[in-house]
Design a protein around this ligand. Structure first.
Ligand code: GLN
Length: 492
């Protein structure tokens, strides 16, 4: 079969169950595509062909023995921020280019237990800090819709592999938009779950109070299959929540769009820098949802202007603390010929970290230092609470909140935005992480340059099923999620 990569996750599961193809055939098919196509996309940091084929054989054997579960034998790509036993986990950094984790992240372990086959580990912004996946050490990942453009970030590799059909779905992480924005830039569906829904154990920390893993795929249905694997309490993550997990696949039609109240924050559609095509496509998608029976309600989110400064204070503060462990002593990069311990620390960190990571460590260290702590960090935490309250108040009168996922479509590689320009591009995604809420990106069309546009729906806590369900129903009557970039149409 030459077109296995065109099948949805449900179709892959059915095909495997009906023995239309084996996991080995399916895995080999993807490995061949990766070999042929990824030289142009640069999405994989590590391709684990041998292990993948062995996992595929094991999956086929389980199936023969009648012990397969629904996804047994389906391939996946993991963001290179999830620790994988025996396979390099770089977090997109020279600092960890030699790091082989002795254990699996919970998300990876759950994937293995569900029978998923790991094709490899994919590129990202260094330590998940960034929006373009122009990685200083592993090179830029390309947007499959136009190879001169960025795929977004930080989960840019996770988005590119799916958009180029180099994996059927992937894991991503979202601290301030890193699942939703690349999903938007690459025409995919991506879900950032409620903080605490997916275990952070073995997920290399950026800003721990906001980091959250989630699925990236073509459709809400595909994402639901992966959420069924990823979600759940984990005793190894103290902020993971003890709460029953939904069956996200079974719930795909559970939330009627008829009668759904969608909040439209008036502040969001007057943001300077909101691209006219993005605005138009998002408005068209809302009109469609209205035709399907939803009601659009204008709401106020008064704290909008505070999102970027609050996030870019708290996230670097947490990063400076989390990244202090990379000191060249225990593991990771170590500079050549250190003269003494200080020289070892200094040069290992200066040579091992890229410029953006260093910038954030400096900002964060400054904000946390004595004398500035109250003025910056404590203040930001107070504003964070106000942002959360803004949302809770809005959810008293609406079921979900609509926004673009990003003010623009994918820009060119090498656009070289200043840090502030780059940070302002996160205006629509950051508040969700500050408040710990779930949100989803759905593809809703293209701009004049044929680059994808995304709609973001933000839900109240634990409303992942509702978000997936609304997008699923939208995807039953639209076909943006099934359209493919030219490179995905190529056969290997
Ligand atoms: N672009 C944001 C940042 O640079 C978000 C990154 C993320 O979600 N990991 O911090």
């Amino acid at each position: 079969m030459t077109d296995l990569h065109r099948l949805s996750i449900r179709e892959l599961a059915e095909g495997l169950a009906q023995a239309q193809f084996s996991s080995r055939e399916l895995t080999a098919h993807y490995l061949k595509r990766i070999e042929k196509i990824d030289t142009r996309v640069n999405s994989y940091i590590s391709v684990t062909a041998e292990q993948a084929l062995a996992q595929a054989d094991a999956a086929d054997a389980l199936r023969q023995a009648g012990q397969a579960s629904v996804l047994t034998g389906v391939p996946i790509a993991h963001k290179d921020i999830f620790c994988t036993q025996g396979i390099k986990t770089s977090a997109g950094s020279k600092m960890l280019d030699n790091f082989i984790s002795p254990y699996d992240a919970t998300v990876v372990a759950k994937g293995k237990a569900a029978g998923l086959v790991t094709l490899g580990k994919v590129n990202m912004d260094e330590f998940a800090m960034g929006s373009t996946s122009e990685n200083p050490f592993y090179g830029a990942t390309k947007n499959p819709w136009n190879l001169e453009h960025v795929p977004g970030g930080s989960s840019g590799g996770s988005a590119a592999v799916v958009a180029a059909d180099l994996a059927p779905f992937s894991t991503g992480t979202d601290t301030g938009g890193s699942i939703r924005q690349p999903a938007s830039f690459c025409g995919l569906t991506g879900l950032k779950p409620t903080y605490g829904r997916v275990s952070r154990f073995g997920m290399i920390a950026y800003a721990s109070s906001m980091d959250q893993g989630g699925p990236m795929a073509r459709s809400a249905e595909d994402c639901a299959y992966l959420m069924n694997v990823m979600a759940g309490h984990d005793a190894k993550d103290s902020t993971s929540i003890v709460k029953e997990v939904d069956d996200y696949v079974a719930n795909l039609n559970a939330t009627p769009v008829k009668g759904l109240r969608i909040g439209i924050p008036k502040q969001y559609f007057n943001v300077a820098g909101l691209d006219a095509d993005v605005k138009a496509r998002v408005e068209e998608s809302l009109k469609k949802l209205e035709e399907m029976g939803a009601t659009l309600v204008e709401i106020d989110l008064n704290m909008t202007e505070a999102y970027v400064p609050t996030y870019y204070l708290i996230a670097p503060a947490e990063a400076s603390s989390n990244l202090s462990r990379f000191d060249g002593v225990r593991y990771g990069y170590r500079c050549e010929n250190p003269t003494d311990i200080l020289d070892l620390y200094k040069r290992s960190r200066s040579e091992g970290f890229g410029a953006e990571v260093q910038r954030r460590i400096l900002i964060g260290t400054y904000a946390l230092s004595a004398g500035y702590y109250d003025a910056y960090y404590v203040k930001a935490q107070k504003v964070r609470r106000l942002i959360q309250q803004d949302f809770l108040k809005a959810f008293e009168s609406v079921d979900v909140i609509a926004a673009p996922s990003a003010p623009t479509t994918a820009y060119k590689i090498g656009a070289n935005l200043s840090p502030t320009e780059m940070y302002l591009g996160d205006i629509y995604t950051l508040a969700v992480n500050l408040a710990g809420l779930p949100a989803i990106n759905a593809p809703v069309g293209f701009d004049q340059a044929q680059l994808p546009v995304g709609l973001q729906l933000i839900g109240n806590y634990w409303s992942e099923s509702q978000l997936l369900s609304v997008v699923h129903q939208y995807q039953q009557v639209t076909d943006f999620h099934t359209q493919r970039a030219a490179i995905a149409e190529e056969n290997a």
